[in-house]
Design a protein around this ligand. Structure first.
Ligand code: SF4
Length: 462
């Protein structure tokens, strides 16, 4: 874990993926989809495309999508099938060698692969393939995944099915082969992946917002435990595993996904608004105004304000011009960093009892500074309401949380957290309400209750 990533007290998604088949210059819609998925990863990005001769070309580099790709780079990726990836670095060390897609030539031929998530039994599989004499050049799970596909010799579909059978954890994946685009999700469905129709072709992407953006029609989600093959004859579905009942990451709904996306048929904005209403039902407050920590707390703040019939106000402003990757080494500069990112509006909060809605508290440092900012701007009472349960367990499925001792919810009880923040009151949403906000869908709630859907293969001890 890079410490510099932690000071922001924010959670970070590891990646987003996209793919396109049967569309002229398929790299262009993939590029547009990646632009729309940029919030899922800003370290680097890549696109692979296959031309009519079966040659796979790949361009990937550190940087934002708009920095890495221009017309020249995209035109150099001809062909009617393409995949792409945006990356955020998490537990993996290393740099450019971990960018995706990975291109590999195996026994069946050349292919490219990109995935979103974290494979929890990767260390075991890595040792196994190394004992067989295979060399891995990166720490990326995607290279391991690619190698497992590449060493197969029975045909693309069988090779991929053989690989996914060995994997455990989270992996929403796109694979480009000479004659098809494959897409699959892990058996728990921890990360989203949706299929759409674009002209006479098909597209897949981590979030529906990307499909809407490129003008595709949403068809359906790739199901948990499903591998789909898209080729000139259309879509073929393979069930490589019985679904484990679905365990979509609840943090996708709470924080990561864009509010204009739908995940498994549930609108992200609707989920957040409903969770805000349920937060009011569980923890009402007498107050003069409701405000959010911009911007992911906005939908829940609307729900809370509507349910409580309290005016919704803009008490905090986000400075749009402070880069998300802004990194400062010392605590003093970290404190300044939050002040640079968020500004209170004194004319709105002065003398007011304010309810501050945030999506989650991870380390607590940002929330504490927000309380201090509002206090110094004259707020008379500050009531923190968090639209998720207490975050007390690390994620092993591709979310950057740090270790358990870095999570304030693991170290302190609710009253001690309130005292640390300096708030007048603090309440969290219950796990039950989270499920209700998702219309009763089963969710992964492991970071709130420690109930991990998979074996952790010793990660819990690290
Ligand atoms: S542990 Fe938390 S962040 Fe990780 S997949 Fe589960 S719900 Fe999402």
């Amino acid at each position: 874990m890079e410490d510099s990533l932690l000071w922001k007290d924010e959670l970070h998604e590891e990646c987003g993926v996209a793919g396109c088949f049967g569309v002229e210059q398929a790299a262009f819609p993939v590029y547009q989809a990646l632009m729309c998925l940029q919030h899922r990863g800003q370290q680097g990005c890549g696109i692979a495309a296959i031309d009519s001769d079966g040659t796979i070309r790949l361009h990937k580099h550190a940087g934002l999508v708009k920095e890495v790709f221009g017309e020249q780079e995209l035109t150099a990726l001809p062909g009617t099938a393409s995949i792409g990836h945006v990356r955020y670095p998490t537990t993996e060390v290393g740099g450019a060698e971990n960018l995706q897609p990975f291109k590999m030539t195996g026994k069946t031929g050349t292919f490219a692969l990109a995935h979103n998530g974290n494979i929890v039994n990767a260390d075991i599989l890595r040792r196994r393939v190394e004992m067989l004499g295979h060399l891995l050049v990166s720490t990326s799970d995607s290279e391991l995944f690619s190698l497992l596909v590449g060493i197969g010799s029975k045909g693309w579909t069988e090779n991929i099915l053989s690989a996914v059978h060995q994997l455990d954890g989270a992996f929403s994946t796109v694979i480009l082969t000479p004659d098809a685009l494959y897409a699959c999700r892990d058996r728990y469905g921890l990360r989203p992946l949706t299929i759409g129709r674009l002209g006479n072709g098909y597209v897949v992407a981590s979030e529906t917002c990307a499909l809407h953006f490129i003008g595709a029609t949403i068809l359906r989600d790739v199901e948990p435990g499903e591998l789909i093959r898209i080729d000139k004859d259309g879509i073929t579905s393979y069930r490589y595993s019985a679904s484990e009942g679905g365990r979509m990451c609840s943090m996708e709904y709470i924080y990561f996904a864009r509010p204009d996306s739908d995940i498994e048929g549930c609108g992200v904005h609707s989920f957040r608004k409903k969770s805000g209403a349920l937060l009011w039902a569980e923890h009402p407050t007498e107050a003069d105004l409701v405000m959010c920590v911009p911007e992911s707390g906005m939908s829940a703040a609307i729900g809370y304000a509507e349910a409580g019939n309290i005016p919704l106000e803009m008490g905090l402003l986000k400075n749009m011009y402070v880069a998300r990757t802004f990194i400062q080494p010392s605590q003093h500069l970290r404190d300044l960093g939050v002040r640079m990112k968020l500004s209170p509006v004194p004319s709105i909060v002065r003398g007011k009892r304010v309810v501050v809605i945030d999506d989650s508290i991870v380390r607590g440092t940002t929330s504490r500074q927000i309380v201090q900012l509002l206090r110094s701007a004259g707020a008379s009472e500050i009531h923190m309401r968090i639209a998720s349960p207490i975050y007390a367990w690390p994620c092993f499925y591709g979310i950057d949380t740090g270790t358990r001792d870095q999570l304030i919810g693991a170290r302190l009880d609710q009253e001690a957290i309130r005292a640390y923040l300096g708030a007048d009151s603090l309440h969290y949403l219950s796990v039950e309400a989270l499920s209700e906000a998702a219309g009763g869908r089963k969710l992964c709630t492991a970071c709130f209750d420690g109930q991990y859907p998979t074996d952790l293969y010793g990660h819990e001890d690290s």
